[in-house]
Design a protein around this ligand. Structure first.
Ligand code: ATP
Ligand code: LTN
Length: 326
């Protein structure tokens, strides 16, 4: 079975867009791959932030994924900082990476512009990410387009290391997350629904109070016509609501159009609000159950134990290849 690995930063709140575009897909992946999923908390400290609440955010993020259907019997779940081999291997890879190639990383160029005092960690971030990936001999790494260059760097580092010191790492493949449907902002439906969006009225969060989510949907921007028709160009707002309804009910676009033929927008929005609230309420109930059950800590402990064992072996192989006293 091929190995798949993905890292999630414990920042921001998860949106309905993340759920429909990424988490649902993860739940499908777990059936096909030997899946590893971890909280990239060491990456979260590369940008200064006084109020990270890493421990709280890590627990909450994992509880949310479990609530959405990620099965801890199928997926190995852990926190990056609980596995010291990631930073150990990263150091050895850093000494086999070049200043020039790291200087060319788009994310570094963009984020380092934001502050004069950016950290050294921001610069070496992609090498830690390479270690995350290479330690587990990951075959497949699903990432958003912004992270593709980092996975390509991990490939380059693996190939270089293997050529220089002998076969050590599997060369990974980046896989663009095929976001089933891109969910758009409720206020500006030409813009992606994004957790870092300035106006949160356009963003439905999985942990929004149901009545808050209802208001956001009832106030969603639509056109001045009256037809529930899928037409992204001329009716982006209605098309977005059709996409949400369709993703959450499993009905096809045409079926949705048929169901609401002759209905006004108010009726349609009410229906979209009902299914959305149904879904987020179900997720929130499970989320609270999971958080209160001690399951998150158990899962993270089991994940740490399992991955430390795997990572230790790889770390020792890397040391051996580099010729260290052992
Ligand atoms: P940010 O605001 O920080 O850019 P984001 O909400 O856009 O965050 P990411 O963390 O960049 O989300 O993405 C996590 C995953 O969710 C990715 O796989 C991405 O493709 C998916 N995703 C994010 N937003 C949407 C959306 N609106 N519709 C569908 N998929 C989405
Ligand atoms: N950089 C990624 C998170 C991340 C990751 C990884 C993803 C850290 N290590 C390894 C895939 C594989 C992000 O910001 N989304």
């Amino acid at each position: 079975m091929k190995k798949m690995l993905t890292g999630l930063q414990p920042t921001g709140v998860i949106t309905l867009g993340n759920y429909i575009g990424a988490i649902k897909q993860m739940v499908e992946y777990q059936e096909q791959y030997d899946t590893y999923m971890f909280v990239a908390d060491l990456h979260a400290i590369t940008v200064p932030n006084d109020k990270l609440d890493l421990s709280e955010k890590t627990r909450s993020l994992i509880a949310l994924y479990l609530a959405c259907g990620v099965d801890p019997d199928k997926v190995t779940i852990f926190a990056q900082s609980n596995n010291e081999y990631h930073t150990n291997v990263a150091w050895m890879l850093e000494c086999n990476s070049y200043f020039g190639e790291l200087s060319r990383m788009h994310q570094f160029k963009e984020k380092s512009k934001k502050s004069e005092n950016f950290t050294a960690g921001l610069f070496t971030y992609p090498v830690l990410m390479a270690a995350d990936i290479l330690i587990y001999d990951s075959d497949i790494v699903p990432v958003g387009i912004d992270q593709k260059q980092h996975v390509e760097l991990a490939r380059d580092i693996a190939i270089r290391f293997n050529n220089k010191y002998g076969e050590t790492f599997t060369v990974p493949e980046p896989v663009m997350s095929v976001t089933g449907t891109k969910i758009m902002d409720m206020i500006d439906p030409t813009k992606k629904m994004s957790k870092s969006s300035e106006n949160q009225n356009g963003v439905i969060r999985l942990l929004d109070e149901p009545e808050v989510a209802r208001k956001k949907i009832m106030r969603a921007t639509t056109d001045s016509e009256m037809a529930v028709k899928f037409d992204v160009e001329n009716k982006p707002g209605i098309s977005n609501l059709i996409n949400i309804y369709s993703a959450l009910t499993g009905k096809k676009t045409e079926e949705v159009e048929k169901e609401f033929e002759g209905s006004n927008y108010g009726t349609f929005k009410k229906a979209v609000a009902e299914v959305t609230i149904g879904k987020i309420t179900e997720i929130q109930e499970k989320y609270n159950e999971v958080l209160n059950s001690g399951m998150v800590d158990q899962v993270l402990k089991a994940g740490a134990d399992k991955t430390r064992e795997i990572a230790k072996k790889k770390y020792e192989l890397v040391k051996q290849r580099l010729g260290f006293y052992m």
